[in-house]
Every structure is written in structure tokens, then in C-alpha cells.
Write a protein that binds this ligand. Structure first.
Ligand code: ADP
Ligand code: MG
Length: 288
């Protein structure tokens, strides 16, 4: 039992891994009936290992593909980038210098090596640019796929795997038992999203969602009368965190997410969302 009468809620929240930045949002958390989670880095650990590399064409080999990919990704703070760079380092790869590096929001990155333009990008980016994946492309299992391109030529495909946080399972179960709907929003592909959603028994998910579309999805739920908490870690989650009735950032996430959120989960534990809602209810009861 939590001795609410004697201690103040800020201290109790801190003891329970919650950093409250917005007091009103904290008090309103008792009203949450829908929790939307980002996938990568929120429901999952956001630590990617490279487990497949496929190269296309005669002029490419796996090492060279890793070298170019990691050179581009060393400039990005996306968890996918960290996975690629760690892989390159583990095999002792030197990196190229990159000019005019740019992040393509929710889709990938681009940059120049010796005057030639390269991309590391999502399946959605390939579709938009009418770039076909050759038929002999392996069906990467529960993994996130990214592609290395030189201009519009496909050089390589990478399959990276991430892990669902064990606490995510419990968090969803507990929230659902409290009658709270659990949804997932991700920029990742539909197949991976469907697999994660099924494993966690979510009420639903939105996949291949761009950062500005994440905000729209929150609005849609609000327009249906839902009182929505958004939980995320990335720069790409910031607009949705701001739009949500209660914005919750994962402590290990980006500064942008933490700055935008009302509440920070200091221990990066999704289960603490349930703690937040319970504390919100207890605080309210204490006030009346
Ligand atoms: P999420 O919502 O799962 O956190 P993002 O919106 O950050 O996903 O990214 C969506 C997709 O864009 C990724 O699954 C990946 O395919 C691609 N992507 C984003 N950033 C990068 C990057 N630095 N390198 C390669 N691909 C990337
Ligand atoms: Mg994320």
C-alpha cells in the first residue's frame, strides 16, 4: 500500500520511477482510457543486431555494403543506425567521410561519398521511388529491413532484429485488465508491426506511419472521444507526445521526446505507465 496521506505525490512518483514535468497532466492521467505506444525503443528495447545482409549486383560484397551503410549511419541517432555502426565496428571496418548528410524523417538517411549519393532507407521509401526489390530477396523474419542504395540502384538489404521488452507484455496485460485500450504506432513495416502486435495482444496498431502522421492518429482517437496517453522515445514521436492528453517519454530515449513529454519514465519501463494511472487515481481520491 502507498502511504499517500503522509507523503506527497511528487516524492511517491519519483520513488516509482516517474518524473512529473506537468502536474495537470499527471492529475489527468486518471482519465486515460487509451494508451498508444511507439514500437521501436518503447515496446521494444531499440537495440538492433544485424542478422541478415543480402547484396545485389556483381560489384558489391557484404563487407563493402556494411562499410558504406555504417559510414552513412554514423551520423544518425536512430537505433537502427546504432545497430549498423556497432556491426561495422565489430568486424573492424573503417568508415568513409560523408558529405551533405541528411535524415529523411521516418524513412532513412542520405549522404555523399566521393560525390556519389547514397541512401539507407525503408521499404516504404523504395516503394515511393518505384525501386523494385529483386524477386530472390529473402523473407526476413521478425525483423526490420533497411536498404542501401546508390542513387536509385539497390546495393544491399539488411535485416535487423530487436527484442520486445519483457515488461511490455505485463504492461499491456495490466492496462487491458484495467479496461484501457492499448495501441501501437510505428514507422516500421506492417509485417513486423503485426508480429509485435500479436505477441503483445494489442487492441490494434498503425504501421508505416510518418512522424507528422503519428500526431494525426492521436487526434483521430481523441475525436472518437478517447482520452489518450502517448508513450514514445524518439524525435519522431515528439509531435504525437505533444498532441496526446498525456505525453509520456521513455527515459532512455531522445532529449526531444523528454522535453516534449509531460511525464518521463525514468527506468524506461513501460509497466510504469500503469503505475502512473494508478497514482493519478489515488491522488484524485485524496484531493476530494
Ligand atoms: P519507429 O516509429 O518504429 O520508431 P521511425 O519512424 O523512426 O520508426 O522509422 C521508420 C522506418 O524508417 C524504420 O523502420 C526504417 O526502415 C527507416 N529509418 C529511419 N531512420 C533510419 C536510419 N537512420 N537508417 C535506416 N533506416 C531508417
Ligand atoms: Mg521509437
Amino acid at each position: 500500500a502507498i502511504p499517500l496521506v503522509t507523503a506527497n505525490t511528487t516524492a511517491i512518483s519519483a520513488e516509482n520511477g516517474l518524473l512529473i514535468k506537468n502536474r495537470t497532466a499527471f492529475e489527468n492521467s486518471r482519465k486515460i482510457d487509451t494508451v498508444v505506444f511507439d514500437k521501436t525503443g518503447t515496446l521494444t528495447e531499440g537495440k538492433f543486431g544485424v542478422n541478415h545482409i543480402e547484396v545485389f549486383g556483381d560489384n558489391m560484397d557484404k563487407n563493402k555494403a556494411v562499410q558504406i551503410a555504417a559510414s552513412l549511419e554514423k551520423n544518425s541517432e536512430h537505433p537502427i543506425a546504432d545497430g549498423i555502426v556497432a556491426h561495422a565496428k565489430s568486424i573492424g571496418m573503417e568508415m568513409f567521410d560523408i558529405n551533405e548528410f541528411k535524415a529523411i524523417k521516418g524513412k532513412g538517411v542520405e549522404g555523399y561519398i566521393d560525390g556519389e549519393k547514397y541512401f539507407m532507407a525503408s521499404p516504404g521509401f523504395l516503394r515511393e521511388n518505384n525501386i523494385n526489390i529483386p524477386g530472390d530477396m529473402p523473407d526476413f523474419d521478425i525483423s526490420t529491413n533497411v536498404f542501401l542504395l546508390k542513387e536509385k540502384n539497390l546495393l544491399a538489404a539488411f535485416g535487423l532484429s530487436d527484442k520486445i521488452r519483457p515488461e511490455s507484455m505485463e504492461a499491456v496485460e495490466k492496462l487491458k485488465s484495467m479496461g484501457i485500450g492499448c495501441w501501437m504506432l510505428t514507422g516500421d513495416n506492417k509485417k513486423t508491426a503485426a508480429q509485435v502486435s500479436e505477441k503483445l495482444n494489442l487492441d490494434g496498431y498503425f504501421a508505416e506511419v510518418l512522424p507528422e502522421e503519428k500526431l494525426e492518429k492521436i487526434k483521430e482517437l481523441q475525436n472518437k472521444g478517447r482520452y489518450v496517453a502517448m508513450t514514445g522515445d524518439g524525435i519522431n514521436d515528439a509531435p504525437a507526445l505533444a498532441q496526446a492528453d498525456v505525453g509520456i517519454a521513455i527515459g532512455s530515449g531522445t532529449d526531444v521526446a523528454a522535453e516534449t513529454a509531460d511525464i518521463i519514465l525514468v527506468n524506461s519501463n513501460p509497466l510504469d505507465v500503469t503505475v502512473l494511472i494508478v497514482l493519478g487515481k489515488l491522488t484524485y481520491r485524496k484531493m476530494i
